[in-house]
Design a protein around this ligand. Sequence first.
Ligand code: CAA
Length: 281
Amino acid sequence: MEIRKVAVLGAGTMGHGIAQVCASSGFQVALGDVSDVQLAKAVEKVRGSLEKLASKGRLQGEVADVLGRLSVSSSMDSVLDGADLVIEAVPEKMELKLELFRVASAKAPAHAIFATNTSSLSVTEIAADTGRAERVVGLHFFNPVPVMELLEIVRGLSTDDATIEAAVAFAKRIGKDPVVVKDWPGFATSRLGIILGCEAIRMVEQGVASPADIDKAMKLGYRHPMGPLELTDLVGLDVRLAIMEHLFAELGEQFRPPALLRQMVRAGKLGRKSGEGFYTY
Ligand code: CAA
């Protein structure tokens, strides 16, 4: 099946980046969100990122052409109208995702593939109520989306081969290098990435070293591009807490969220997006 129009639901950190890479690769993109303010911010972030890429000669075509392929709307009807691929990028709450796909099932074309950008939740469960479980797949993007090469494609229990083939072709078209993994809590990425972040926060609690020194140790000693606490600030402490809670319930004790993380989220210290996390921005 040829994908022409992509609908992206959710204009937050991940949604705007996903919309950007799709529009940059020639797809018509409709970005939807309940908040018009969030949509306006998303367009500005996309513009800023495109200009940065263009200034380094890394954008194919003109910024204006890419933006011309991106429309935004708070109306689900107009976002889903004619979509061949629907990518959900709303917060990591199963109920929210189920409700969104319930609505999308009624409004999107029958042939459309549904994809979830979940970092850890069950793609199989998300698919179950859509009436098209064989055409539901996980497309797990990484932040910052325009820069990160990986697309983790998650095969739910009912996902068919044609959908996986379409997902792999889509990944290549948007310039990503895919891996296809089984639907299992945390997949191949979050399960490992989260454990590192979890332990780093426990080490801060235990006073082993300062956040800056823990990050420095992993950058200089293990050649990670970013330390685990800087990365937690980039991803969002609330996002990481939600993933940990899910993996703790599904996989056990090693994912128990550190008390410090819970406290920081309660205090509104969510990382870069709130201006403060393990560092101040
Ligand atoms: N748009 C366009 N370009 C961007 C960008 C954006 N949003 N963000 C960064 N860049 C570009 C910069 O302009 C820069 O380009 P040049 O090399 O040409 O100067 C390049 O990317 C590198 O950026 P910086 O120089 O600012 O800083 P850096 O070298 O430290 O790289 C980084 C930044 C790419 C974020 C790097 O630190 C990195 O790879 N960090 C790890 C990120 C990571 O692990 N992400 C996964 C998080 S987990 C997740 O997302 C999934 C989940 O389930 C929650």
